[in-house]
Design a protein around this ligand. Sequence first.
Ligand SMILES: [Zn+2]
Length: 384
Amino acid sequence: MKLSTIVSFIILCLNLSCAKNKSRAPEIKYIELGDPMQMVEGATLQKSFSSPKQFQKELQNFSLGAVQIFLEEREESEIDTDIYAFNFQNVVQESQYQFEDSKDFQIEIFNDKLIWTQKQDQLGNIIFEIQSDNSLKATHMIYEGNILPLETLHSSLKDDFSAMTLLVSVDWTSTKKALIYFYYQRNDYSPYKKTFKNYNYLNPEDKSQKIRWKNPQNIKLQLCGPKIQKYRKHNERAVQDWNKLSQVNGTPFWIDLSIKIYDYPPFSDLNTQCIYLVEDYKTRGPEVKNFGTTFIPSNYNTGTIVDADIVFYQSELQKSFPNMNGINSNGESFDYVFKVVATHELGHFLGLGHQFDGEKSIMSYKHSFLHPYDEEAIVELYKD
Ligand SMILES: [Zn+2]
């Protein structure tokens, strides 16, 4: 069954460094129609870091891993290339080798302000203010000498202090708002694990590098929020398909899917893995269809998946079902397609990259269920 014309997936790899002296800007592009705040609708937000001393100490050890920007667009229009360039070209990631003798960020403290800056003219430079309850809250970003006010929506520190995120909202222009997701990671390094077989994992610079969950025997994943619950069965079946491969091969990975209707964090939170549904947030034009996104902040220096969350876009899915009869142009039902997309996104969630080399795989856009390639790739990833 051909899904290529109706399925477009985006995988977000949040760390782009892997080779010496190589730096590049993130390939992260996200300009959508609608209000980007829908990405965090209903989530429980934590606006400041509650243990400033511990956090302050950790700040010195972090580097900027990536930036993701969701820009509000009210109508179909030409992409504003100036804004686009501003987003991405200046975010440069240092290589793993440079981490050892360089501290990317410096901290200065003035009165109640903590100024945390990396290199000039780069995104990711933040001013924190110490709040009356002694928590630490990001209030401004510094870019090209300008101090821009921001509103912190969520602050998250990985429970082992290996990474942190800030989710903020800024006035991008006088009429547009942006939701910005900053991801920082600690400058750790561990030996590079490769597979010499022809499987594609998460690192686009070296697809053979193994990047995986640290404790894969019990990977918690939750259906977060009331909206996604109507697609519970689709996700459960997709999870079962992957877990079956674990059972059959005795490979130590397992997705433990549960439900969390209330009191759930946004996708930027590093300590909870969720599946979300965003109802009305679209990419431009009827031909582009992005049914789902898996956000995978991964540390290529340590070969670990730090966190992963899956977002489904309902209005994108509905682009393929215009006749309201539940059947798309390939004769497939909405339920069927949703499950296929869920299975694909769970492949990313577990650590698989795209498979566009002609192999039959759920990680291509052409196939609808798990193939031997998928089984072998996942077993290889977790077998030792
Ligand atoms: Zn994909």
